[in-house]
Design a protein around this ligand. Structure first.
Ligand SMILES: *Cc1c(COP(=O)(O)O)cnc(C)c1O
Length: 386
């Protein structure tokens, strides 16, 4: 599935079509970073919540948080997830050893729970939202021994903050929402997507808003955010006494510089990605694939998904893309419960997760993908779609 697979003409050889990568990140360039790097030079404050981290948090709060919520940055989305879990309920204990986790997500969600001592229990998703249905989860047979629920906003699709808040209130089981790719959804609708349930973002290079590595927690519980900050700083808060489980999860000033430069250019970035998605959609419609392609704003702009009818159509599409040297990816693998590492827990079958995982094929989209590449991708898919 990789563009480097040996059974394909060498990339760049005269008669082979140029390879199209699944993603090619484009972060702020050196000129855009320079004013911020000068601030770092002047401050000589490189880590531990310097001026740039604090400025980034303030500017993010103005754009992606509901009134009353605050933003705390992190070294990665995974670090932000771990911090939010520790802030919500601390490490696992024998009475509540389980974390209920959506089966359809990136492995980081379950890795974060495991790092906090929880045993992941994977939960099937709703076919319409590709996410756990909070109403159905109330009946889960492990709920009484569950320490934390990790809900996921797959591909940055908007989540239901209110429904998860109601779930947490009525069951007493705390929730963290892994909305790693949801920066754009939050920009559109901060008031309904953030609130009493902590929302975690990733700013990894492959996400629409990126700092290279980075992440954040957005939450209305300011004391809770302090516990997140404590978790990400070795259990220290306002003193050198370690008072809770922790690790090093802090964002550096250099990463904050990238975030500030990315925010400076955000309106232009957003306009360009909206134009790109519209163009992609138009090309797909012309090929009769309009209803097969899922693009921004339905999902985050760093993803384009081809919805196949079935596993066999998806595999035929993979083969066609493969011969065209077009990289493609099942972003969430076969479902987390089927990853070899987690399969060792002998998890239950998750039929909806498995069906989504097999039918939703990631295809290339990135800021400077050109139109001939999009035409080739759609032509290859049109050959396999019934
Ligand atoms: C990207 C992503 C993560 C991981 O974020 P990192 O910043 O790479 O740690 C977690 N969950 C989901 C759903 C993601 O898409």
């Amino acid at each position: 599935m990789s563009v480097q697979s040996p059974d394909r003409p060498a990339i760049g050889s005269a008669d082979a079509p140029p390879a199209v990568p699944i993603y090619r990140a484009l972060l702020p360039d050196a000129d855009a970073l320079l004013p911020y790097l000068r601030i770092i030079d002047a401050n000589r404050h490189y880590a531990n919540r310097g001026e740039l981290v604090r400025r980034l948090e303030t500017r993010l709060r103005e754009r992606i948080a509901a009134p009353g919520c605050a933003v705390l940055t992190a070294a990665s989305g995974t670090a932000a997830l771990q911090a939010a879990i520790l802030a919500q309920t601390g490490r696992a204990d024998p009475a509540r050893p389980f974390a209920l986790i959506a089966g359809y997500t990136f492995v980081a969600t379950a890795m974060a729970a495991e790092a906090c001592g929880y045993i992941p229990v994977f939960v099937d998703i709703d076919p319409a939202t590709w996410a756990i249905d909070p109403a159905a989860l109330r009946q889960h047979d492990r709920l009484a021994r569950t320490g934390i629920v990790l809900a996921v906003a797959p591909y940055g699709r908007p989540h239901d903050q209110q429904a998860w808040a109601d779930f947490a209130t009525s069951t007493g089981v705390p929730v963290v929402i892994d909305a790693a790719a949801s920066f754009e959804a939050l920009m559109q609708n901060p008031a309904t997507l953030t609130g009493t349930v902590p929302v975690v973002l990733s700013f990894h290079a492959t996400k629409a808003f990126a700092t290279g590595e980075g992440g954040a927690v957005i939450w209305s519980d300011i004391e809770g955010l302090k516990r997140c900050a404590r978790a990400m700083n070795f259990g220290f808060l306002y003193s050198r006494e370690s008072r809770a489980a922790g690790f090093n999860g802090k964002m550096s000033e250099y990463h904050a510089a990238i975030g500030l430069a990315a925010l400076d250019g955000w309106d232009a970035t957003a306009a360009a990605s909206a134009r790109l998605a519209a163009r992609y959609r138009a090309i797909a419609m012309r090929a009769g694939l309009g209803d097969r392609l899922i693009l921004a704003p339905e999902i985050a702009s760093n993803y384009a998904l081809f919805r196949a009818d079935s596993r066999s159509v998806a595999l035929a599409s993979c083969a066609c893309l493969e011969t065209e040297a077009i990289e493609h990816r099942f972003w969430y693998g076969p479902g987390l419960h089927r990853e070899p590492y987690f399969a060792a827990h002998r998890p239950a079958a998750l039929p909806v997760t498995e069906a989504c995982a097999a039918a939703l094929l990631g295809i290339p989209v990135f800021p400077d993908i050109d139109e001939p590449a999009i035409e080739r991708i759609i032509a290859a898919l049109a050959r396999t779609a019934p």
